[in-house]
Design a protein around this ligand. Structure first.
Ligand code: IVH
Length: 704
């Protein structure tokens, strides 16, 4: 920074100084946010920013494309500390049709084995972002976003600026985590966008984006200037139960001066729930804030506890979404995208149209049958109408999901419009694209030789729920994939980057666009840090078809180490003992098993996996035995009639206690719980010498 007053600068001096300031501020940002090692004081940093802004104000034409004044958002994600949620922040299962509400109630009662009616609360589903507020001794000590449900971002200072969030509570348990939704009202959203536009700043697409963008500001002063609100509707960790029912618990939160939604009702069954849903839907437009459905929750907290959770959603709640928003527009073209597993996905390129407040220009067309107007079984959909380029199509959005094409208007079809011919060859690598019997998707057969598949696999590999390498996202993967001097073609290449860069005197990464000395070193360090990886993450990261995060967890917990897993999959084929073991894992079916076996048998894929594993230290994953219980790590099979609880509840409780529940008896079974009417499984257990107990003994074993 020179001392020359801004008024006295020449154009050339101003240009030069803006360039120096951009570099200095970027370096200070990296030192502060990424390295946690600030090199200059906050006051000096502010002075640099102010000087930069003053020069830009006098010479607007010199404002750089990478101007530090525009970069608040870019550094935000790296700037927040991480918070591990002590109780996971879950999402909700969705229902769309009225019948699904009755089905939900039936599932709940069936799980619990209750034939009488059960009471539920019904309340609006607020369309904002969820926030967890931790109070200790009645004092707000931490606020965290949901993040991936396990780890969120620490936004405590920002949350403190929200008027609806009390800083202190009276009558709260020692530890209380209050959960709810941060949102922005329609009026505040419109006023904010008007202010932003006037100041030449970016405007927001909808109130939810505005709320998210406002909460996730590194400068809490900006959050304070944004009119955010908060509704409390749930809780996380609590040192003492709030109440016996959902409704009373919410009433307690209200007594602690949280805002709770006034449209919360107690319903005695599906009919009352649907009536409340219709009432809320009728009020929707007049509420003044966005809601996207109604959430139903089992009212009795004891029953909620018994129902528990699936992997990511509670069994005791469901979100009944409002119907999707619709709009008509013209289909300009159909592009084919090739995914990680080779699936050829048709994407509609649309004349941009606003659907529920968001401009949509792309939508999924699912697959070739969908375009042709038939379902997977060959039955007509949309009355058999096919979709052609140039047609008028109806687009809809439901929640956050990718927009879809619902219908086509034949009366507006252009003369000479031709049926769409789906390619039978991969548009990226020109390998044949095949459809397997019973599969609605046509797939490129190129495997790793297909650049599209290879790059999508790499993007999957570095995802946040996979290897999660800081500074290596989809954008950087694209760059390295195409970089001739430092290419990354398979995951193993990521781990040889630093060594290859060291032996590459001319084309050092630190001299490349978007990289510098610090960011290159930082990237290499982030990669190094991920050489140690838990087995479940590794399995998920491989991106094998049908093997999602949950399945990867099941496999890792079953086989524990890479060596055991690898040997088992290599030797498995239908009919073998390894195959029987694999498919006996609860949650692993024949389709997934075959997909694993195929992936390990393909020489190119296998070589890529072996090269990767050679670069890593794979950490074993303990069977769910981390839970301290007499059945932790044991494989249990239930058979016959259970009288004290339903089969589903028995299974869920066993799993919560760290046991594996299998569907059939094998040499690996530790315990058979047999009720009256047990048949072949009991015989098999006797033959194999597997310990067999009845339901009462089981309940005594697990403590009730
Ligand atoms: S209950 C364990 N109630 O919807 C379940 N969630 O799609 C806790 N949401 O992540 C959530 N309004 O951010 C609940 N009245 C409400 C809600 C609500 C909005 C959000 C929440 C959740 C998401 C799931």
């Amino acid at each position: 920074m020179t001392d020359k007053p801004v008024e006295a600068l020449t154009v050339a001096e101003a240009r030069e100084e803006l360039s120096r300031l951009a570099a200095a501020i970027a370096a200070a940002n990296t030192a502060y946010h990424t390295l946690d090692a600030p090199e200059i004081s906050d006051a000096d940093y502010d002075a640099l920013k102010r000087r930069n802004a003053a020069i830009e104000a006098r010479f607007p034409g010199l404002k750089r494309a990478d101007s530090p004044s525009d970069q608040v958002g870019a550094t935000v994600a790296d700037g927040f500390g991480k918070v591990a949620h002590r109780v996971r922040m879950l999402s909700l299962e969705n229902a769309f049709a009225a019948e699904e509400v009755g089905e939900f109630d039936e599932r709940v009662r069936k799980f619990l084995g209750i034939s009488d009616a059960i009471a539920y609360t019904a309340e609006p589903k607020i369309d904002g972002l969820s926030l967890s507020l931790r109070y200790e001794g009645g004092v707000l000590v931490q606020a965290a976003t949901r993040g991936d449900g396990e780890v969120g971002e620490n936004v405590t200072e920002n949350a403190r600026t929200i008027a609806d969030i009390p800083q202190r509570l009276t009558g709260a348990p020692e530890v209380l985590e209050v959960r709810g939704e941060v949102y922005m009202s329609h009026a505040d959203f419109a006023a904010l966008n008007a202010r932003q536009a006037e100041a030449g700043e970016k405007t927001f697409a909808n109130p939810r984006n505005a709320a998210a963008g406002s909460l996730r500001q590194l400068d809490a002063g900006i959050t304070a200037s944004r009119p955010l609100r908060f509704f409390a509707y749930a809780w996380g960790e609590v040192s003492a139960q709030l109440a016996a029912t959902q409704l009373e618990a919410i009433a307690r939160l209200k007594a602690m001066e949280f805002e709770t939604n006034p449209l919360t009702a107690l319903c005695d069954g599906p009919e009352a729930m649907l009536a409340h849903y219709r009432m809320v839907e009728g009020l929707r437009a007049a509420l003044g804030y966005d809601i996207d459905g109604v959430v139903y929750k089992v009212n009795d907290l004891g029953l909620q506890g018994r129902l528990g959770f699936r992997s990511a959603t509670p069994r005791w709640a469901i979100a009944h979404k409002f119907p999707a928003e619709l709009a008509w527009t013209e289909l300009l073209g159909i592009d084919i995208q090739v995914g990680r597993t080779g699936a050829l996905s048709p994407v509609a390129r649309l004349r941009p149209v606003t659907v529920g407040g968001v401009v949509v220009s792309n939508a999924t067309l699912h697959n070739e049958d969908y375009i042709a107007g038939r379902d997977a079984k060959g039955n007509p959909i949309r009355g058999g109408k096919d979709i052609r380029v140039g047609d008028w199509v109806q687009v809809y959005r439901a929640g956050d999901v990718i927009p879809k094409v619902a219908d086509v208007d034949l009366t507006r079809r252009k003369d000479g419009a031709q049926p769409y011919v789906f390619p039978t060859e991969c548009p990226e690598c020109h390998s044949p694209a095949h459809r397997e019997e019973g599969d609605s998707v046509r797939r490129c057969t190129g495997g790793l030789i297909c650049p599209a598949q290879a790059v999508e696999r790499l993007k999957h590999f570095v995802r946040r729920d996979a290897f999660d390498i800081e500074g290596l996202g989809a954008k950087q993967i694209e760059m390295f994939f195409r970089d001739p001097s430092l290419p990354v073609k398979t995951p193993a290449d990521i781990f040889t980057l630093a060594a290859r860069d060291a032996g590459n005197p001319l084309q050092k990464l630190r001299n490349r666009d978007g990289f510098g000395e610090v960011s290159a070193a930082k990237l290499f360090a982030a990669i190094e840090a991920k050489r140690v990886i838990p087995l479940d993450r590794l399995i998920f990261s491989l991106g094998i078809r049908h093997v999602g995060e949950v399945a990867a967890g099941l496999l890792a917990r079953h086989y524990s180490t890479w060596a055991v897993f690898e040997a088992a999959i290599t030797q498995a084929s239908p009919g073998s003992a390894e195959w029987a073991e694999l498919t006996a894992i609860d949650g692993v079916g024949a389709v997934m098993a075959q997909s694993l076996v195929d992936a390990f048998r393909n020489p190119a894929e296998r070589a890529a996996v072996d090269r990767l594993v050679a670069e890593l230290q794979v950490q074993p994953v303990a069977a769910r035995g981390a839970v301290d219980s007499p059945v932790a790590g044991k494989t249990v099979v239930f058979t016959g009639t259970l009288e004290k609880m339903t089969r589903a509840e028995a299974k869920a409780r066993a799993e919560a206690l760290g046991a594996k529940v299998a569907g059939s008896v094998s040499a690996k079974t530790d315990l058979l719980v047999a009720g009256p009417g047990a048949g072949s499984k009991a015989k098999e257990a006797a033959r194999l010498g597997v310990k067999t107990i009845d339901e009462d003994a089981w309940l005594r074993l697990i403590g009730g």
